[in-house]
Design a protein around this ligand. Structure first.
Ligand SMILES: [Zn+2]
Length: 540
């Protein structure tokens, strides 16, 4: 008889109709040592059509092995995953979740943490992040950016390729990875830019561990050509070629969908009319500019067949087009951000340049459409699009909105806003776990180690106190550009982050960052040989 028996939980994958209770995922199986066991995750009631859990690889439960002590035991908490919640003790060995056990059944541990009364969710996999390293350390670098991440419950970030030099060659990618290894406090994955559209170079960057490639369908902002070289593509012939080349690497192509031609037209009109206020920027980038880019991309990809992931989708109109391509079976997925889910054009009047982002904040109707798209799976991931500029830079935009950079430092507020929404009962916490951890991990092909609370995965965990409250104040934040976070200040969020764990190490607790720079690792896809392991219809 083997010393440890593992049981595999079967998975289900179906869509349920409105206002029904999702069939409870259950598991029951004869183990290798002849015992039949079973279990049940508590059921989740959803208010709208929602895909039921569909995990890409088996969930395994280990039997406690009294002979093998563990490093860390987290006991008494309730583990919340995309497919339900359950009282479980977590045993960690060598930074990995070694055992998920019924309460009280863990072997002895060197260190124990009492999580009674707490919720345990996977650390957020923030798949859209701008560290600003190496060219603007005064705004952020891997040290400060990952400190902010740890404090906010984010245990993995995926760094976008924008910075001078743009990350469009294997050499720059290697430099960027080395910098992260020396500075980062949590784990970091890297996007690459398709650069000069040279097939061997793209293959080399994929083999070196780039999690995905990134393209923007708008031009580079004035004066930032070097930072956007090889990823800002306004011409369809370049986008088409990028789709082909990235398809051949097996990686995902993340795309910023806004049409530069229309932006040029509308911006010229605003400037000609002498408009320089915050709303002028929003009017220069209407939903049409986003939707037409989705249409162009989708039409080209009908022929190419790459896996495309549309980032920071902001409008109902873009969602409509995305649904159309998805209904035709295209491998098109989408991301949105808290800026669009919690902010709207009303904030543009109040906070001006501090909420200048691309695409701009939209209407309440767009907000409602995005929440619905998340619930039914048309949009599958939420990322921060953490894009820091310092307050002194942003202030200049009050007099001339065209002169200020676009972006909000959002990594420290993403989890807090979404967990608050769940603890208020507006969405299920299970759904939030899928949108912020499980789905990005699966889509980007890192789900073997990241994004899931299951045996064999890294012990990346957030312990939340659902009965406490967090008021969003400047003292809470660690980003070097934290003084530019304005639109959520004073907000009272239900829930408090008690502690954050990265590979079994406590990296933040009680609002303090405990991890040292340089402990972070570079995250690469589970399968670096070519095709990603992420299933097209996998976990949402
Ligand atoms: Zn971005």
């Amino acid at each position: 008889m083997p010393s440890t028996c593992l049981w595999t939980a079967p998975t289900s994958c179906a869509t349920v109709a409105s206002s029904t209770s999702t069939p409870t995922p259950s598991w029951s199986m004869r183990s290798a040592c002849g015992l039949t066991i079973g279990g049940r995750w508590s059921s989740v009631t959803r208010s709208s059509a929602t895909p039921t859990p569909c995990t890409p690889s088996p969930i395994r439960f280990g039997r406690p092995d009294v002979e093998a002590p563990i490093d860390l035991a987290i006991t008494g908490g309730t583990v919340v995953r995309g497919d339900g919640r359950r009282a479980l003790d977590i045993g960690v060995r060598d930074g990995v979740i070694a055992i998920l056990a019924e309460p009280g059944r863990l072997p002895s541990a060197r260190t124990s943490v009492d999580a009674s009364g707490l919720l345990i969710v996977p650390g957020i996999v923030d798949s859209h992040f701008h560290c600003r390293a190496p060219d603007h350390p005064e705004r952020e670098d891997f040290d400060s950016g990952t400190a902010a991440a740890a404090a906010g419950g984010v245990t993995t970030i995926f760094e976008m390729p924008i910075s001078d030099p743009a990350c469009g060659t294997p050499d720059v990618l290697a430099d960027r990875m080395a910098l992260a290894r020396s500075q980062a406090r949590v784990d970091v994955g890297f996007f690459a830019a398709p650069g000069d559209l040279d097939a061997p170079l793209l293959q080399e960057m994929a083999a070196a561990g780039a999690v995905a490639f990134k393209v923007m369908m708008h031009g580079f902002p004035p004066g930032r050509e070097a930072s956007f070289k090889g990823l800002a593509m306004t011409e369809d012939r370049d986008v088409y070629r990028a789709l082909e080349l990235v398809r051949d690497t097996g990686r995902l192509l993340a795309v910023h969908t806004e049409d530069q031609g229309l932006i040029d037209l509308f911006e010229a009109r605003e400037r000609a009319a002498g408009h320089g206020g915050p709303r002028a920027h929003a009017r220069s980038r209407p939903p049409l500019a986003e939707a037409i880019a989705v249409a162009r991309l989708g039409a080209m990809n009908e022929e190419v067949g790459a896996r495309v992931h549309l980032v920071h989708v902001s409008s109902a109109r873009a969602v409509e087009y995305i649904r159309w391509f998805q209904a035709r079976g295209q491998a098109m997925t989408a991301e949105t951000t808290p800026a669009y889910l919690f902010g709207s054009e009303v904030d543009i009047d109040t906070y001006g340049p501090f909420v200048k982002i691309n695409p701009p904040m939209r209407t309440r109707e767009d907000q409602t459409a995005l929440w619905q798209a998340l619930r039914d799976g048309a949009v599958r991931t939420i990322a921060s699009d953490h894009a820091p500029f310092r307050a002194v830079e942003k202030e200049a935009g009050w007099s001339d909105i065209w002169e200020v950079g676009s972006g909000i430092p959002g990594v420290e507020i993403t989890g807090r806003l979404l967990w608050d929404e769940a603890l208020r009962g507006n969405v299920d916490l299970e759904q939030v776990v899928r949108w912020t951890s499980e789905a990005p991990a699966s889509l980007y092909g890192v789900e073997r180690r990241k994004g899931y609370v299951r045996e064999g995965a890294d012990a990346d965990l957030v312990l939340l106190d659902p009965t406490a409250e967090t008021v969003l104040t400047p003292e809470l934040f660690h980003s070097r550009s934290a003084d530019a976070i304005r639109h959520v200040l004073g907000r009272r969020c239900r829930g408090e982050i008690v502690s954050v764990w990265s590979r079994g190490e406590r990296v933040a607790a009680g609002g303090r960052v405990l991890a040292d720079p340089g402990r972070g690792r570079v995250v690469t896809p589970d399968d670096t040989s070519g095709a990603s392991s992420a299933p097209l219809g996998g976990t949402r």
